[in-house]
Design a binder for this molecule. Structure first.
Ligand code: MN
Ligand code: MN
Length: 317
């Protein structure tokens, strides 16, 4: 049974793509099972309930050498704790290539599209397989989630085509209404502790170059996508405390938390200290005021935050 899993602090794509890819692999003759690497956010349970699907189990500790399939990530810092000891046999992903290495030839499917599910749909069609309604619903949801219903600059024509293709199979007549319901579920944060809010969509990135270890940097980048940014920003003090704690605990050089207003396509980023303030000024050209920086329409961590930090921390030639 090949375990299939997405990244830690899973989002809807990480969970649903593990489910869909496990089923695809099984249909193609490799028995596979989906797992998750952490607690679900507030959107994914809504999606799973609408699809009539159970959440995958938490990934158990896997002995060294176990074959695994990754979806929606490839960097060890975002994966199973002992990923470097496991045998990665398959990866389906739409992120930049990180530190992945494999001991054996592996099936690697990377495409610069808005969502892993867009690639999985193509793989079904290439294999000549019909799309089950449940899988259609899961893939449709992942694409709407990752692209914020096409608002994100990561959106490609293929993501739009995939949604148009999947919606009738999934039985979703009004895609706009369904996307809004997903975003409402995601924004219904209640009295969730600040620590949990910070970790809900949080990734750790190494920047710089191992050949210049004194310049190596590790940053934590959290995002809270919401239709109710006022509520999240109202908890700024608590969130900054949680960020301070996470930075110390993770031995990080810096930490940022972006509050993304989904409907207005706007990013307000919480800034912990002078370290982050300096980097935001020099890498993004924005000033921090009262612990907040206005990053304007830079709503994609993958496309509009990480590359700038990558370039900023790149070793000098
Ligand atoms: Mn993801
Ligand atoms: Mn994704």
């Amino acid at each position: 049974m090949l375990p299939v899993f997405g990244h830690t602090n899973p989002d809807t794509d990480a969970v649903t793509s593990a489910l869909v890819y496990a089923r695809l692999l099984t249909r193609l003759g490799t028995e596979a099972q989906a797992y998750r690497l952490g607690e679900l956010n507030f959107e994914t349970p809504y999606v799973l309930r609408e699809a009539g699907v159970e959440a995958p189990e938490l990934l158990p500790d896997l002995p060294a050498g176990t074959a695994v399939a990754l979806v929606d990530h490839n960097e060890s810092a975002q994966s199973a704790a002992n990923l470097t000891e496991l045998t990665v046999t398959h990866v389906v992903d739409h992120h930049k290539l990180g530190d992945l290495t494999t001991a054996q030839p592996a099936l690697l499917r990377f495409e610069p599209v808005g969502c892993t599910a867009t690639i999985l749909l193509a793989m079904h069609r290439e294999a000549g397989l019909s799309i089950e309604p449940v899988d259609a619903r899961l893939m449709l949801s992942a694409i709407l989630s990752d692209t914020l219903h096409f608002r994100s600059p990561t959106t490609t024509p293929r993501d739009r085509e995939a949604v148009a293709f999947l919606a009738p199979i999934a039985g979703v007549g009004d895609v706009e209404a369904y996307a809004l319901a997903m975003f409402a579920a995601k924004s219904d944060l209640g009295d969730t502790p600040a620590e949990t809010l910070l970790r809900m969509d949080y990734k750790v990135f190494p920047f710089g170059d191992a050949s210049q270890p004194q310049r190596l940097q590790t940053w934590g980048l959290g995002v809270i996508e919401t239709t109710n940014p006022g509520y999240v920003l109202g908890r700024q003090v608590e969130l900054l405390e949680a960020m301070d704690h996470a930075r110390a605990e993770g031995g990080l050089n810096g930490i940022l938390l972006s509050v993304v207003d989904i409907l207005r396509e706007h990013n307000t980023t919480l800034v912990l200290s002078a370290t982050e303030e300096k980097v935001l000024r020099e890498a993004f050209g924005v000033e921090t005021q009262q612990g907040r920086a206005d990053l304007g329409n830079r709503i994609s961590r993958k496309k509009q935050l990480v590359p700038l930090l990558e370039a900023y921390f790149a070793p000098q030639a």
